[in-house]
Every structure is written in C-alpha cells, then in structure tokens.
Design a protein around this ligand. Structure first.
Ligand code: RFL
Ligand code: PHB
Length: 389
C-alpha cells in the first residue's frame, strides 16, 4: 500500500493528526497495535485545555464535547485545613474543559470513516524502515499476513512504549528523564464528585486528587509507593484513605461506590530530543512524558500534532522543507515549558520519601506565597489553562 503519511498509533495524538491532515486532503493511514475497544478502555486524561478544544472545534467534531463536557473556571490546592482556589477564569479569561480522553478518542474514532481516515487495528510487529531516506516505509503483520506501507512521512504517535522512538539511533538524539519515587493509584466510580471543582491535596500521608468525568462520574487518585500492588487496595480502603487526605470538608461530601476501574500509573518526566529524524516525526507520549499533576500529557500531544500537521501541510502544499525541519524545535519549546510546570506542581503537592524538614518548609512557604499572591496564582493559572501555541 502507498500513502502520503503513515501514522503509527491510534491514540489521541494519532487520531487527531490523522483528522487534521485529512481535512486538507492529505492521504493518511493509521496502524494501531491494539483493538479499538482496548484503546477506548484506557482511563486517562480528564482535563482539556482550550488549545485542545479549539482543535475539536476546527474539525467540526466538538458537538458532543460542548454538550457533555464541564467548563471549569477554577481548581483548588489543598494544604491541610486550607483550600487555595486558583480562579483560572478571572486570572486568564479562559476556562478548562472536563471531558475524558476516552470521549475525545471516541469522537475522533467515530468520525474517521466519514472523513476517509483509514485505521488498521490489530497490526502487530510494526517496524519502521529507511526513515533517513525520502522513501520511508513501515511493515506489520495482521492475521498472520505480512504488510508494507510506503509513505512520504512516518509519524510516531505510538506512546511511550511504542516502536517509533526506537527507530531513531541513540547517536542522533538525547533523552532526558526523571523517575519519581511514587505512582498514582486511580479509581473511577459512578458517584457524584465531592466538589464541583478539582482538588489537588498535599497531605502528610501523601498526595490526593479529586477529579471527575461528569456530574455523575468521579475520578480520584492517591500517591502510593512505586512498588505498590493494586490488589492491596480494596475499594473501602481507598475511599477511607481519600477521605483522610482530601480533608473533612471534601470527605463530608464524598459518595462512595464500587470501582469501575482501579489501577496504578508510575510518574515520570521524559523528553526525547529531537522529535524528528529524517522523515520520521514523533508526537505525543512517544516523544515526552509529564507526571499527571498538571493535566498536561494529552494536551501536549494535541499541541504537538497541531505543529506537526502545519509542517506537513506546508510540505504537501508548497514543498516547504524548512517547515518540516523546524517542527521539532517548535514543538519542544512548548514541551519543555509544560515539563517545567508539571514537575514543579508535582514537587509542590507530593510527599517525597527523601524529603527532610527543610524541604517540607519550602512546600509550606510556597503554598503560603501562592495563597497570598495574585502574581503567583496567575503564573499557575496561565500554565494550567495552557500556554499559547
Ligand atoms: P497513547 O494514548 O499512549 O496512544 C498511543 C497509541 O499507540 C498504540 N501503539 C502502537 N501501535 C502500533 N504499533 C506499536 N508498536 C504501538 N505501540 C503502541 C497504543 O496502543 C495506543 O493506542 O499516546 P498519545 O496518543 O500520545 O496520547 C497521550 C495521552 O494518552 C497521555 O499523555 C495522557 O493520557 C496523559 N494524562 C493526562 N493528560 C492530560 O492532558 N490531562 C490529564 O488530566 C491527564 N491525566 C494522564 C492522566 C495519564 C495517566 N496515565 C495512566 C499515564 C492521568 C493518568 C493516570
Ligand atoms: C483526571 O481526571 O484523570 C485528572 C485530572 C487532573 C489531573 C490528572 C488527571 O491533573
């Protein structure tokens, strides 16, 4: 098979990129290792920046998002008894949208056939070839049959564990990584949220987050040690722990219910420089990871594919080689700022096993500063709603 752009991975980055290119008439094929149900089954991001919702608007795929998503004008940082509200609406003029990654993915998947976006699911052993030439191609197996797709560009949107990044020689790139000594244990349940806005809590027993997917579906997380086993957390134990860490006010409004999903995600910061090698372009989690504390991962994947689609459109409409060459620098400038914000908020809100009493005083002093400074709140707010593209 021959196409203009072959995308590896049908997660949010791959699907959005596919749609943005198709909207300009570019031929695209996506190869995805898993089934559509598997991709939709992963419970991940919940908070969308305006940059992300704007892309859905631009594609004309935002009707359900606007009908079902919740606009939030603020969120809260909890420190013991104190709740610091960051009024993102007043401070930046922009809200964020609470609409699950699952729903965005479903909207993009459902629209694919109508827009001529071909997605090949259950493609195993995807391998990338000749990415340093003008004629790259990929191979994969499906139902025991070997296939080949020739393309002008290969786009690696296959997440942190994908094959694309591995096709770039170590000598051509540099990886930056920080692994945190804890993970997040998350629970999804069909119960109303304990608060109408998100609460990020720094408690002496560790971080906790109260989030939601809708007015009837809640998403909560707690910080757990990296080697924690999910089996050790019955629903009851997890609800008890959330009630302690989120504090008495949230606990009083918390409704408990059976877990629809419960899992532990490790926390890491990771950046792969550069995001282009020859005719291979990386976007989303394949190129970088942020800890989830700032809700940036999905949104960064979306800003990557915005830049990437512009570069490829410039190439296909006027053979603009500079636009292709500049993609990595453009995307990375925004990536590093989001890395900084996610790292800083993670440091501020978690209990690190090696922290001493001085480190703790620094957290308290910073939270105190934020509580009393509009300038500090504005800096947090403008990062939370998403820096301009
Ligand atoms: P994905 O979503 O991992 O999709 C990659 C796709 O590629 C496929 N794939 C392959 N296909 C073919 N061949 C191969 N060899 C392949 N290897 C993999 C996979 O099956 C998959 O379908 O990456 P993408 O598209 O870059 O999207 C990134 C986001 O998923 C991620 O950044 C966010 O989920 C991060 N994240 C959050 N981001 C936010 O913006 N806001 C949030 O509130 C937020 N909360 C979160 C999060 C991530 C979390 N976890 C579990 C890591 C909360 C959590 C708990
Ligand atoms: C979520 O609802 O899953 C969520 C919200 C905010 C975050 C991370 C995850 O910072």
């Amino acid at each position: 098979m021959k196409t203009q752009v072959a995308i590896i991975g049908a997660g949010p980055a791959g699907l959005m990129l596919g749609h943005l290119l198709r909207a300009q008439g570019i031929e695209v094929v996506i190869v995805e290792r898993a089934t559509a149900d598997y991709v939709l089954g992963r419970i991940r991001a919940g908070v969308l920046e305006r940059t992300t919702t704007d892309l859905m608007d631009q594609l004309g795929l935002s009707a359900r998002m606007h009908a079902e998503g919740l606009l939030h004008d603020g969120f809260n940082l909890a420190d013991g008894e104190r709740l610091i509200r960051i009024d993102i609406g007043a401070l930046t003029g922009r809200p964020v949208m609470v609409y699950g990654q699952t729903e965005i993915t479903r909207d993009l998947m459902d629209a694919a056939p109508d827009r001529g976006l071909e997605i090949i699911y259950e493609a195993s052993d995807v391998a990338l070839h000749d990415v340093e030439t003008d004629a790259p191609y990929l191979t994969y197996n499906r139902d025991g049959v070997a296939h080949r797709i020739d393309a002008q560009f290969l786009c690696g949107c296959d997440g942190y564990h994908g094959a694309s990044r591995l096709a770039i020689p170590e000598s051509a790139a540099k990886a930056y990584e920080k692994i945190y000594p804890f993970g997040w244990l998350g629970i999804l349940a069909d119960v109303p949220p304990c608060n109408h806005e998100l609460i990020y809590a720094n408690h002496e027993r560790g971080f906790a987050l109260a989030s939601m997917r809708s007015e009837k579906r809640s998403r909560y997380y707690i910080q757990v040690p990296s080697d924690e086993a999910v089996e050790r957390w019955s629903d009851d134990r997890l609800w008890d722990e959330l009630a302690i860490r989120l504090g008495p006010e949230a606990a009083a409004h918390m409704t408990r219910g059976p877990a629809l999903e419960k899992s532990i995600a490790p926390l890491r910061s990771f950046v792969f420089e550069r995001m282009r090698h020859g005719r291979l372009m990386l976007a989303g989690d394949s190129a970088h990871i942020v800890p989830p504390t700032g809700a940036k991962g999905l949104n960064l994947a979306m800003s990557d594919v915005h830049y990437l689609s512009q570069s490829l459109i410039a190439w296909f409409t006027r053979r603009d080689a500079d636009a292709v060459a500049n993609y990595s620098n453009k995307a990375l400038a925004r990536v590093w700022k989001a890395e900084r914000f996610s790292w800083q908020l993670t440091k501020l809100m978690h209990r690190f096993p090696d922290d001493d009493s001085f480190d703790r005083r620094m957290q308290i002093a910073e939270l105190d500063y934020i509580a009393n400074s509009i300038a500090a709140q504005t800096a947090i707010a403008e990062n939370y709603v998403g820096l301009p593209l």
